[in-house]
Design a protein around this ligand. Structure first.
Ligand code: G3D
Ligand code: MG
Length: 226
């Protein structure tokens, strides 16, 4: 596998006019996926981008992100989906992971109540590190994954929905990366809400100088630019 390969949504038809139109409005949205390890984050991304559920892929994915192009209304949107490489175990995700996120996907496993209880701290972690301009309206989405394992469920749908409502009406989906249940729908909502939010924002201010000392303390193994 090419770790930075391009996914393409073949369900969308690109007529010449839709391509011409979309070129005027090419947009990149950064989506990050957070949650406890083993909830299925990598599997969800792989299912969405490559329409596959495989263990092999999981072992080789060391990439910072995958991309997928989709059409939302008349806009060609490139989703840049950032997954962790297992560092979530140590809560040591670098600054680059959070920087400039347009949407944050919080994932728990419906058969693991601890992973649901931890959503709150993942959300806090995100808000502290990404420091979005408007935390109250930032587009989060919550996914209760492994919905195919119904008999082993520990987190009820209503409990998850109530939490999402209490956090400002965050959309909630129960997904299965294994059975491709709701994955497409969830990411479509993620992209739509990220796009809606992004179009309200002014260009991001990028400073000329970087505090290298600060950068260094956040540096992860694997080299520069993280
Ligand atoms: P993570 O990236 O959040 O750490 P992974 O999670 O995507 O690595 O998945 C963790 C384990 O859960 C994997 O099992 C994976 O196959 C499984 N998994 C992911 N999504 C689903 C799902 O929707 N349904 C079911 N039944 N299993 C899922 P292994 O055994 O390979 O560790
Ligand atoms: Mg993973």
């Amino acid at each position: 596998y090419n770790t930075h390969s391009e996914g393409f949504d073949s369900s969308q038809s690109h007529t010449p006019s839709s391509i011409a139109m979309s070129h005027r409005k090419k947009i990149l949205l950064k989506v990050i996926i957070l949650g406890d390890s083993n909830v299925g984050k990598t599997s969800l991304m792989n299912q969405y981008v490559h329409k596959r559920f495989s263990n092999q892929y999981k072992a080789t994915i060391g990439a910072d992100f995958l991309t997928k192009e989709i059409m939302i209304d008349d806009k060609l949107v490139t989703l840049q989906i950032w997954d962790t490489a297992g560092q979530e175990r140590f809560q040591s995700l670098g600054v680059a992971f959070y920087r400039g996120a347009d949407s944050c996907v919080l994932v728990h496993d419906i058969t693991d109540s601890k992973s649901f209880d931890n959503l709150e701290s993942w959300m806090d972690e995100f808000l502290v590190h990404a420091a979005p301009r408007n935390a109250a309206t930032f587009p989060f989405v919550v996914l209760g994954n492994k919905a195919d394992l119904g008999p082993r469920r520990q987190v009820s749908t209503s409990k998850a929905k109530n939490w999402c409502t209490s956090k400002g009406d965050i959309p909630y989906f129960e997904t299965s990366a294994k059975e491709a249940l709701n994955v497409e729908q969830a990411f479509h909502t993620i992209a739509k809400n990220a796009l809606a939010q992004e179009s309200q924002q002014k260009p991001i201010f990028i400073p000329d100088t970087l505090d290298l000392k600060q950068q260094d303390t956040n540096k992860q193994q694997g080299g520069c630019c993280k």
